[in-house]
Design a protein around this ligand. Sequence first.
Ligand code: IVH
Length: 692
Amino acid sequence: MFASAEAFARAASLRAELERYNHAYYVLDAPLVPDAEYDRLFVELQALESEFPELRSADSPTQRVGGKPLASFTPVRHALPMLSIRTETDTEASGARAFDAQVRRELGLTDADPAVEYAAELKFDGLAINLRYEQGVLVQAATRGDGETGEDVTQNIRAIRQIPLRLNTETPPAVFEVRGEVYMRRDDFARMNERQRERDEKTFVNPRNAAAGSVRQLDPAISAQRPLSFFAYGLGQTEGWTEALNHSELLDQLAQWGFPVCEQRCTALGADGLIAFHDKMGARRESLPFDIDGVVYKVNNLALQRQLGFRTREPRWAVAHKYPAQEAVTRVTDIEVQVGRTGKLTPVARLEPVFVGGVTVTNVTLHNQDEVDRKNVWIGDSVVVRRAGDVIPEIVGSLTDRRPADASAFRIPSTCPVCGSAVLREEGEADHRCTGGLFCPAQRKQALLHFASRRAMDIEGLGDKLVDQLVDAGIVTTPADLYGLTVERLASLERMGELSAQNLVAAISKSRETTLARFVFALGIRNVGEATAKELARHYGRLDALRRANADALQLVADVGPVVAASIAHFFSETHNASVIDALIAAGVRWPETDGGGATQGALAGKTFVLTGTLPTLSRDEASALIEAQGGKVSGSVSKKTSYVVAGAEAGSKLDKAQQLGIKTLDEAGLQALLAQSDLSTNQEQDNEANS
Ligand code: IVH
């Protein structure tokens, strides 16, 4: 039985309706009906088409996905060649100025003539496609190829829901070729790669490669699963089309006819307008949902475009103005292992120097073995290096199809490359660690640098070069050795003058007077940062109490959980740590001790201070540290519980409030006097202890 006229009409109306819903969903991102309603109409159309196969048409939404894997793509000769555009790569405004000047010259314009109007749009980082519509129906999609001949990828392109199978117009031109870019959104790319990884399938290094690979996938069923998107930006051959006046109007019409057209576009007057667009999009580049590699400027008036014409293979009316590349390919010459302060082994890829994102990159951290495996980076591989914005450069992935025969896989060594101690990976952790502790020179160096750092013992002038020298020459092995350094010994080192040596010895000596919190932080206990060190100091008040505390007791300290508590207890139980601490104390490192815990005893314990205004000599940090060292607390706001308000110049509402509440106020001198009093009492306590 043949299909009735009624069935024909019903099929046509279903197709039109489904295409409209499809466009609303995929292009406008504004669904018109619930998914279930779409599915219901789709199934109805499928049923009609299988009953009457003659109803099936190329523009039917049922035909988007299908077909058998191909052996190869059929070549397609383009009716109009697909040209490329001239590219300005400089990051300066001069690219836009040179283009505008050239356009004006070629149009015979003088300075007296008005500014040329341009259409400015993004340069999408994907794959150029030519879509051919005959009588309004998509009949062929082809890649650019060499510009003259591309490949027939119709099957794969049909599956892209954003691409209309039929033009949304009652009066389509006989022939209408739309050109644009197939690309992949960043979020789609990330999700797809995640899925590929889960299935142990090939991952892609970036969205552009993923888009290109997916369009040129011979099995349309696989291609259809890839989340591709499309932006229209121009035309190929047309027949029977009444031309628009301007490029910007053309894009409006393409949007009208159902194509996705990027909204980040504008018309711009003269070079200044182009530069403004270039700068605006440059600032927006990171936050766009897809990659761009620049912007494109086109003379807006189509008649002027024709007048300007072409020079060999490039139009004179368009130019691409690129942003600095965020990705580049280079080679991994080696993967070295660095050992950090806590013994963490970090693989670092050494690269053939490559200029990317505005800097030359020579090495990039790979974080840990899992990361090396995930990115599949071997020594000798060509890799894609990315530096986006101000983000630290990273290896995106390796070009495995270019892997040379002599490439070698990387394995974290089982012994520390610096000290030879065993390397362990703890259960559930991504990191490998050297077990050598302070026996390991690498850890020792980092430990010394940490010990001397500003927020720890604050030894000015002890930089990494010097620490390298001191450790390599065996002059310093533990932080305690620093206090035995003499000017003569230091001055004998290379690149070390008499004066620097004197300054350093003075700085080391000065660091003897410290606080318990700084000292505990300086020890470099794993998982103990500055804030935890402060809490520990506040809670225990004295070092011997902290040293004696077991892991259970330690968990009573604010912010200390089981992991941190275990690290601390373990640290103090190591005999070599104990001897370093004893040696430091013997070398004269000292701090005011209290009874801790905010207890009622102790000089400033139980007292709350509020600092306001600018003190004549002490910074806010210094004043806080002095108060906290005596067991006092520093708070940000004045209340009835405040003991003292320390007020400096330009003290504001806090001082007023203190006066209202009748709270004692001090100036810096008053604070110093209070501190001196309490210092006396702590020293007495220390002396008593030493005597007992
Ligand atoms: S217009 C004759 N506009 O850049 C002018 N091209 O060399 C034809 N591209 O591979 C190109 N975004 O796929 C134009 N907004 C845009 C573009 C764009 C990306 C690509 C295009 C081609 C290359 C041009």
